[in-house]
Design a protein around this ligand. Structure first.
Ligand code: EPZ
Length: 439
């Protein structure tokens, strides 16, 4: 269902909500269960659509799966795993990009895998060349089928060496999930080191893998002959936590995010403080609030960890429309991640997009190309209500925030996209005193 939310904005959001496990970790940890010779149990799992997608994909491959949404526990038994029909994989994958990460585990377990044509948020080209090069180097053979790619492993996959041109999160996870059972040593240079990936390394280590991370973004993985199941409690969702922090800033509110962890948010908190936000860290979470007065403008450059995450940028932009002066965001991870600003402009924001790399020194892959990947925001501009359509997950959440900050009644359509990554977000809006109607 598409879903429409009518929002009566202009009121500060205030109250307490909880975030559970990180969307961009739990899906990968669930895939890792396919590598084990026994039962794996993952806890702190949020009830979001991406989790349902992986549950569906695992079931389609014959994995025994139990999900207790209230407890947030998923139990996975891969003992009866088998080859799934391509049509079932396509149905369960929907528009997600998760199937590509099943390749390594399926090649080890079954000797073959199928990747449907991939969906995912429309925020750039999102090629899979690093993934395919890695799988080929491990020894997989790839052939084209009408609806996707078929991979086979004629013999046990072999360890290899590879350097990534860019520290891709997905490609790093692909290599880790494949190298752990490949024969011999794999060395991956130029890799990503996001906290969600390090939590995946922790899961794989529990399963019996041997993975070393060097100081220079190099992983060394010594392949083992077999792995067993794991028991793990997911790290919290730092993107969701920052999204609610952005909502507190943009609406002049005060939101306590239970479950949020400072360690995963240190970079974000620096920027939050510099624009004038206040926060207080407790044993249970982090309280974020707007201290009153004008926010300050700032220059931000998105980057891989430990930089300012690309997924933090959208709610932050909404808050920056309320900052006095000129703010700049230079997006260096995805080439087309400012589509969501069209709606903000219609709501009264002054945001201009540029092809040039503005506001930073970072070497950016998009500098000499035709992508509007820098945004200049001048504020403060009061936002007014509008009818807007959710473009993608994070952009969609920023639209929600904008509608909550804007005077008047907005209509936000396509909000079911937000269910992909934000657990029970309307219940959380209730807890924060938002006025809205869902159709
Ligand atoms: C993950 O996407 C996240 N998704 C994204 O979150 C997140 O924005 C991104 O990492 C960066 O942190 C999941 O974890 C499910 P990448 P991923 O490979 O792994 C280029 C959200 O809203 N690239 O790190 O797909 C790519 O085009 C989502 O939760 C290649 O060129 O991201 C991009 O410019 C959105 N070739 C850059 O690398 C490849 O083979 C980073 O992509 C792979 C990637």
């Amino acid at each position: 269902m598409n879903g429409v939310l009518e929002i009566e904005g202009g009121r500060p959001l205030a109250g307490e909500i909880r975030v559970r496990g990180a969307k961009n970790f739990v899906s990968k940890a669930m895939v890792a269960s396919l590598l084990g010779e026994g039962i794996s149990v993952l806890r702190n799992v949020p009830t979001i659509r991406d989790v349902e997608i992986v549950l569906g994909l695992l079931r389609a491959h014959g994995v025994g799966v139990e999900h207790d949404p209230v407890a947030g526990t998923v139990t996975m038994n891969p003992t009866g795993a088998g080859v799934a029909k391509s049509a079932d994989i396509i149905t369960h994958a929907g528009a997600s990009r998760i199937p590509i990460l099943l390749c390594g585990p399926l090649l080890h377990r079954l000797g073959e895998a199928f990747i449907p044509d991939l969906g995912g948020c429309n925020i750039g080209g999102r090629p899979i060349d690093f993934h395919m090069e890695a799988l080929r180097r491990f020894g997989a053979e790839v052939s084209k089928e009408p609806d996707g790619l078929r991979l086979v492993a004629p013999k046990r996959l072999q360890g290899m060496q590879m350097e990534l041109e860019f520290p891709s999160v997905g490609a790093t996870e692909q290599l880790l999930l494949t190298a752990v059972l490949a024969e011999g040593i794999t060395e991956l240079r130029g890799a990503a080191v996001e906290p969600e990936i390090l939590d995946l390394v922790a899961v794989l280590q529990q399963m019996g893998a041997i993975i070393t991370l060097e100081t220079d973004r190099t992983y060394r993985i010594e392949g083992v002959d077999s792995l067993h199941g794991y028991h793990h409690y997911s790290l919290p969702d730092r993107i969701e936590a920052a999204s609610w922090a952005g909502a507190a800033l943009a609406t002049g509110g005060d939101i306590t995010v239970l479950g949020a962890r400072q360690l995963d948010l240190t970079t974000y908190l620096n920027y939050f403080r510099k624009v004038g936000g206040r926060f207080d860290v407790t044993d249970d979470g982090i309280r974020f609030w707007h201290a009153g007065g004008d926010l300050s403008s700032i220059a931000v450059e998105t980057a891989v960890h430990p930089g300012f995450m690309t997924d933090w940028q959208q709610p932050f932009v909404v808050a920056l429309t309320q900052a006095s002066g000129i703010s700049i965001i230079h997006e260096t991870v995805y080439e087309k991640r400012f589509g969501f600003t069209n709606a903000l402009r219609r709501m009264g924001a002054h945001i201009q997009l540029y092809r040039e790399c503005l506001g930073g020194q970072r070497l950016c892959r998009f500098g000499q190309r035709n992508y509007e990947h820098s945004a200049v925001i001048s504020g403060p501009t009061p936002l007014h209500a509008a009818d807007i359509e959710v473009p993608d997950l994070r952009g969609g959440f920023s639209h929600l925030i904008a509608a909550l900050a804007a005077e008047g009644r907005s209509s936000v359509s396509g909000i079911s996209l937000i269910d992909r990554g934000y657990e029970s977000f309307t219940d959380k809006l209730d807890a924060l005193g938002a006025r809205y109607w869902r159709h």
